[in-house]
Design a protein around this ligand. Structure first.
Ligand code: NAP
Ligand code: MG
Length: 403
């Protein structure tokens, strides 16, 4: 069989632990036999991040900016215990944080759904993608615990000398207060990423805040979204047959619950933190959740939403065959191939991405699954396979689909 050609390299970011093992297995079994793979390889495994003083992460992020599409394996975010375990020179920052700030991007998480795993919300028929604004608000706040009566003020001193001052509260006794902020620039980038991604998926996008109460703060989010939409996306949305829909956050929550899914839900930072955990749990499993970082100028970085599955890796190191789910990592690759295919106008590569995903779903629908899914499946008697067996089963189906 002639291998499928690529023209521009994907930025390939290797990672850590069990997902690093899966990464190689996926390439050997499902990619290299079919695609004349072109990648620019960056080893983001913790030992190499330490050896390069984390320069490799920045280089990978810049390469993604240059080429437009990256695919990333899960990586360890070091903590005190990892410092010891890997004898690190420094507690390097989260690679995802570095990549996100370099690309100024927004993360979109989408569940992979199959008929035998029923969402906890019975109305949901299609995936719901959550976009979380990952800057500011309560995550960059300052807080004071007032221990005696006193006056709390909000003060802004402009560089021009302009000064605004407001009383937050006159405390008659102890209490708490908090100051938080966001920037037009960050909100605008968030809006662009959201509209870009909606066009890319050809799905409606919803956005919600509490602007009836927080008239200036949340009102600013609403206004910027509206302004960006009117100026740059209104016509493109019409052409694509999709909609931008704004409502209040409490109305959005009620509508999401009664919806059948199939849209993107853009959330402010806190709402996204909370709602993404709720939505992903309701859809079934973290191992079936993909994640893509989209920059305001339309660069894409694909990955699985889960981590490096450390517990499985320790078993693997002891020689045990694990049943770790590779689906989200495979979908990171297929997402990246599809996007590369769209950008480079390579219909064969797009078809390969579709068939690869199709082969994964065929395998699951045939009742072949990894351990994490076996207990979730209903109306089917699943067979539990090791990761290696599971990948072989996917490969058989992929070969048939591509023949
Ligand atoms: P995790 O790797 O997502 O794993 C948590 C648990 O979820 C696993 O122990 C496993 O449960 C289950 N699980 C997750 N993915 C699975 C899969 N593909 N197949 C089967 N089961 C799966 O999270 P963590 O243990 O909290 O974090 C481990 C490391 O990953 C940390 O060093 C963290 O910094 C890193 N991390 C990286 C990213 C990223 O790169 N995007 C994201 C999150 C965490 P059972 O053990 O019960 O089978
Ligand atoms: Mg959370």
């Amino acid at each position: 069989m002639k291998k499928i050609a690529m023209t521009t390299p994907l930025v390939e970011m290797d990672g850590d632990e069990m997902t690093r093992i899966l990464w190689k297995m996926i390439k050997d079994e499902l990619i290299l036999p079919f695609v004349d793979l072109k990648t620019e390889y960056y080893d983001l495994g913790l030992p190499n991040r330490d050896a390069t003083a984390d320069q490799v992460t920045l280089d990978a992020a810049l390469a993604t900016k240059k080429y437009g599409v990256g695919v990333k394996c899960a990586t360890i975010t070091p903590n005190a215990q990892r410092m010891e375990e890997y004898k690190l020179h420094q507690m390097w920052k989260s690679p995802n944080g570095t990549i996100r700030s370099t690309l100024d991007g927004t993360v979109f998480r989408t569940p992979i759904t199959i008929p035998s795993i029923h969402p906890a919300v019975k109305f949901w028929k299609k995936p719901i993608t959550i976009a979380r604004h990952a800057y500011g608000d309560v995550y960059r706040d300052v807080e004071i615990q007032a221990t005696e009566p006193g006056i709390a003020k909000l003060v802004f001193e402009g560089v021009s000398g302009k000064k605004e001052e407001m009383i937050v509260h006159e405390f008659k006794g102890p209490g708490v207060l908090e100051g938080m902020h966001n920037t037009d620039k960050s909100i605008r980038s968030f809006a662009h990423s959201c509209f870009q991604f909606a066009l890319s998926l050809k799905q409606d996008i919803w956005f919600a805040t509490k602007d009836t109460i927080s008239k200036k703060y949340d009102g600013r989010f609403k206004a910027i979204f509206e302004e960006v939409f009117e100026a740059e996306y209104k016509d493109k949305f019409k052409e694509a047959g999709i909609e931008y829909f704004y409502t209040l956050i409490d109305d959005a929550v009620a509508r999401v619950m009664r919806s059948e899914g199939g849209f993107i839900w853009a959330c402010k930072n806190y709402d996204g933190d909370v709602m993404s955990d709720m939505v992903s749990t309701a859809f079934g499993s973290l191992a079936m959740m993909t994640s893509v970082l989209v920059s305001p100028d339309g660069k894409y970085e694909y990955e699985a939403a889960h981590g490096t599955v450390t517990r499985h890796y320790y078993k693997y190191l002891q020689g045990e065959e694990t049943s770790t789910n590779p689906i989200a990592t495979i979908f990171a690759w297929s997402g990246a191939f599809r996007k590369r295919g769209e950008m480079d106008n390579l219909p064969e590569l797009i078809n390969y991405a579709d068939q690869l995903e199709g082969a994964c779903l065929d395998t699951l629908n045939d009742g072949l699954a990894t351990k994490d899914l076996v207990n979730l499946m209903e109306g089917i008697t699943p067979t539990q396979l090791s990761s290696a067996q599971f990948l072989k089963a996917i490969r058989e189906r992929l070969e048939k689909r591509l023949a």
